[in-house]
Design a protein. Sequence first.
Length: 172
Amino acid sequence: MHSHTAMRSITACLFILSTAVIALPAASALEEGQKFKDWSARCETPKGAEQQSCYIFQRLVTRKDDTYLPVLHVLVGYITADGKPGLFATVPLGVSLRQGLKLSVDSAEPVSFGYSHCNNQGCLGALALSDELIARMRAGKQALITFHSGAQQPVTISVSLQGFTAGFNALR
């Protein structure tokens, strides 16, 4: 269960996300474009900020004819004012928002989380990561993120956890 303070902190951070720019604490061990197997790092300096911010991410796409369409964009970093780690998942527009999203690691029980908003990039859900969930992600092989299509059908996307531990460790 998320604490009320953590959820308030995540909500405060979502304004930044609406422009697709994520501000996370700078990480000295992380370099722009650095790869951690299936995870990539990105660092940027948000408008008005003095310090560079970094996160790790995966962008998953599907191919339709000769076009690649985004299916899921997952970001992980330290996002709350109290320094707790979090996960952001952006899914395509047109999904059913009512059911929210679910995250499970390997065969573990899924954790539910809701959408905060949609913009021209897609619909965004935010999840504060507990120590237990981070430990599962570090030890796991894959995370499964489930959302529902506009036709109310569940869509489950597999996210590789290869390189997650090294990338996550580099954020601190």
